[in-house]
Design a protein around this ligand. Structure first.
Ligand code: PMP
Length: 436
């Protein structure tokens, strides 16, 4: 070492943006699961391993690799906005969900952007629209990973209460009026909604409220546009109950106010990481430019694979199979809740018509957070893990509701769900000192 060489390691100076990105709570939950393998996880949001589409994927890969021209195209770079063939198919696919054709709902491939899971779409929207200090209105409770994404760009999430019909649009108006009264309407840029069978509460927005939302976004967009970010991740995981048009479909301006995102993670395979967005034309260029900085295109091979699957009859049949399996699991969880929790005073839960989650509420005196007696009892004594509800609310932890749990029926078998629910009920009874 020559004289004058530094002996002390130079300090790390992360960017401000990266300092804002906190570690996602999901990492802690996964660590708990790895360190305690005997624990039954009702926390993981993973999809059902038994219904992952092995034969369908095999057939699609064979079709691509069996045709040298198709194989070369799929193994080459693609474009930033995604494969044109896939975007055309996606237009037809979304139009079918709306009960329309691409022409009647004004959908063309240039409105679409294929992304690496819908998470990338959510993140790109935040990057493109939100400056530090800008506000995104979210349902309380809301998808906790998205709350982390907002935090990562320095934006503020403001919670709007929900009821059985999802985000309460009257309370949304009140929140906007309150922000306006203190001169903060200027900072409101987005309203984020998981429209069907949401994560975490399993609620769907009524059709009436979907229309109301578009009208509210329009009316409150005074000096700038307030966009609705519609996350339709669970749209096709429907087991019973009413079918709703998307919020995007309720926007009769042709989707000027709604950024729609969907994913094939839940109905097909999260490992492929294929999601997409339908975006207002004025945003398309900015989103593509931002995505160009990140990856100039999501995995091209996977897009071609999915295009093959969508072209064949295999996709619809697979979704049916997946929904049938989840319906059985949902019922197993609800029956187990009835059997083990119905007798515990002050406990209630939502009966979801789709999705992967049951939202359970305990008496207000019981906290469910990582450092609560209930969490410790559940994980270390009874061997079951859940997602603490407080992760799903915006604002300071002390001010959030702290007595909820998100329970997932995605990964466990029906037997695992029943055992997990019995263990959880035991933990709750221990903490509440209820006998029986
Ligand atoms: N939105 C919601 C509501 C979700 O629950 C998830 C996955 N947990 C996503 C988006 C992102 O999924 P992906 O990136 O796999 O498409």
């Amino acid at each position: 070492m020559t004289a004058g060489t530094l002996k002390v390691a130079p300090s790390l100076r992360l960017s401000r943006r990266s300092q804002a990105a906190r570690g996602q709570a999901i990492s802690f939950l996964m660590q708990q699961a790895v360190e305690n393998p005997q624990v039954i996880s009702l926390a993981a949001g993973l999809v059902d391993p038994a219904t992952l589409p092995i034969p369908e994927t095999h057939a699609a890969v064979e079709r691509i690799l069996g045709d040298p021209a198709a194989a070369r195209m799929a193994l080459q770079y693609g474009t930033t906005e995604g494969s044109e063939r896939l975007r055309r198919l996606l237009c037809r696919y979304v139009a079918r969900l709306e009960g329309a054709t691409p022409e009647t709902c004004g959908l063309s491939p240039d409105r679409l952007l294929v992304t690496t899971g819908s998470q990338q779409m959510l993140s790109l929207v935040c990057e493109v629209l939100l400056d530090p200090g800008d506000i995104c209105l979210v349902a309380g409770p809301s998808y906790f990973v998205f709350l982390g994404t907002l935090e990562g760009v320095g934006a503020e999430a403001v919670s709007v209460p929900t009821d059985a019909e999802g985000l309460d649009t009257d309370r949304l108006e009140e929140t906007l009026a309150a922000l306006d009264a203190v001169g903060r309407l200027e900072r409101v840029k987005l309203i984020y909604v998981v429209s069907d069978f949401d994560n975490p509460a399993g609620l769907s927005l009524s059709t009436e409220r979907r229309h109301a939302l578009v009208e509210i976004a329009r009316r409150w967009s005074r000096s700038h546009r307030i966009y609705i970010l519609e996350d339709a991740a669970y749209r096709e995981l429907r087991y019973d109950g009413p079918v709703h048009p998307s919020i995007w479909g309720c926007d009769d301006s042709g989707g000027e106010w709604v950024i729609y995102t969907q994913t094939f993670s839940k109905t097909f395979s999260p490992g492929l990481r294929v999601g997409f967005g339908i975006v207002p034309p004025v945003l398309h260029k900015a989103l593509c430019a931002r995505k160009g900085n990140e990856d100039f295109g999501s995995a091209n091979f996977n897009q071609h694979l999915l295009a093959n699957v969508l072209e064949s009859e295999l996709y619809a049949a697979h979704v049916e199979q997946v929904c049938a399996a989840y319906r059985i699991k949902r019922d197993a969880m609800l029956e187990a809740a009835e059997e083990h929790f119905a007798g515990i005073p002050g406990v209630s839960w939502v009966r979801p018509h789709g999705g992967l989650y049951v939202w359970m509420s305990l008496p207000e005196t019981v906290q469910t957070g990582f450092d609560s007696p209930l969490f410790r009892e559940a994980v270390h004594q009874q061997g079951v893990i859940y997602v603490p509800g407080e992760l799903c609310f915006a604002g300071p932890v002390e001010e959030r509701p702290r007595q909820h749990m998100r329970l997932s029926f995605g990964v466990q078998t029906p037997e695992g769900i029943r055992e997990g629910m019995q263990r959880l009920a035991r933990a709750v009874k221990r903490v509440l000192q209820v006998h029986g």
